[in-house]
Design a protein around this ligand. Structure first.
Ligand SMILES: [Zn+2]
Length: 97
């Protein structure tokens, strides 16, 4: 739900949009899935929120500018191929033999 993040849901933690200490409840309406890296960023100045009017999540930097993504392009403006590859496994298989 952090703009530009492609972490699969099963990597993510549930983040309370309104923190429980501020009266936020643990409900689907008050939670967002965030990967560990972006969960940390949201606790250090970044904010996310559901825009019901546009039907999408929006992400803002600490200076309140919005993070927007589009098609990645090279210096000529031609679209780049999708370079996303899966991260290596956390626990590589132990060497055999
Ligand atoms: Zn993320």
């Amino acid at each position: 739900m952090f703009t530009g993040c492609h972490a699969p849901a099963w990597w993510c933690d549930a983040h309370h949009l309104v923190h429980w200490i501020d009266g936020g409840d643990t409900s689907l309406d008050n939670t967002a899935l965030l990967c560990e890296r972006h969960h940390t960023q949201v606790h250090h100045g970044f904010t996310i929120g559901w825009d019901a009017g546009e039907g999408r999540w929006r992400t803002f930097r600490p200076d309140q500018t919005e993070i927007l993504t589009g098609t990645l392009t090279d210096t000529r403006g031609d679209p780049l191929p999708d370079l996303h590859t899966a991260d290596p496994p956390l626990f590589p298989a132990s060497p055999s033999g």
